[in-house]
Design a protein around this ligand. Sequence first.
Ligand SMILES: [Zn+2]
Length: 305
Amino acid sequence: MRSAAALTGLTTVTLALLPITGAAAKTTTPGTAAAVSSCTTPSASARTASAGVHKRDKNDVSPAQAAALDRELKSILARRPSIQATTPHQVPVYFHVIRAGKGKKGDISRKRIDQQIAVMNKAYGGSKTGFSFVLKGRDWTTNTKWFNAPDTYEKTLKTKLRKGGAGTLNIYSGALSDGLLGWATFPWQYKSKPAMDGVVIHYATIPGGSITHYNLGQSATHETGHWLGLYHTFEGGCQKPGDYVDDTPYESEPAYKCPTGKDSCTAPGKDPIHNFMDYSYDTCMTQFTAGQGVRMQQEWTAYRG
Ligand SMILES: [Zn+2]
């Protein structure tokens, strides 16, 4: 079940916000972003949150798997027409609330669901990714077992509730364990496991939720980034090709809280702590880069379009 400690020790840290650096932060380009020998791939321990902060999810990919997937993506795209960076895609969304009961734990109102979708549209629209989200349906399921262990019952509940095809986003909310705030399937997984496709979030991460520092709705933004094919900005550490996006500076480990000035690799650029695909507080997350927008468009074309 969810770790109570992880949810109660969140008020002892301070926030520090930087202005968005935007294009100025995009300093790594192919050919200049060589691996830096003084940095290493982050260890398992480096990816574990310290007390009072959240690891967000379990969407890590091994370097070997990422390399194989990159070859597959390039192979598919070679057979497709060129992709415009900001081609508009209106993604239909179905929001599935799993709750302990009406008015009980995990219940989320229509208004809160609308607010969650608005947060996502602001995030993806503000960064001009081309993606927007249109709520097509919402449903509420009372099931204490599913609510308390959505990972255990994931296949069962998704098989029952999921709607649409590869280009339809299904979001499920429940009480996630181990302090996790969410998880997502990647686009390339749809072809082998279509019923499992989608995003799962902790119910208390939606706007107005009870998890301090993580209750502005950016968990859904982050997990949807995975659903659209993005890796964490710290994926691959300081080593090329990192997260397979050229304009996100290298980062040796996740950012927790909002660590202004963090610069964990000697490669150009400070750590992208304000990026939606890092692990920072919701208030600290403000941007996708243009390169991430391109990658999402490529992944969409290859696997969801
Ligand atoms: Zn993640």
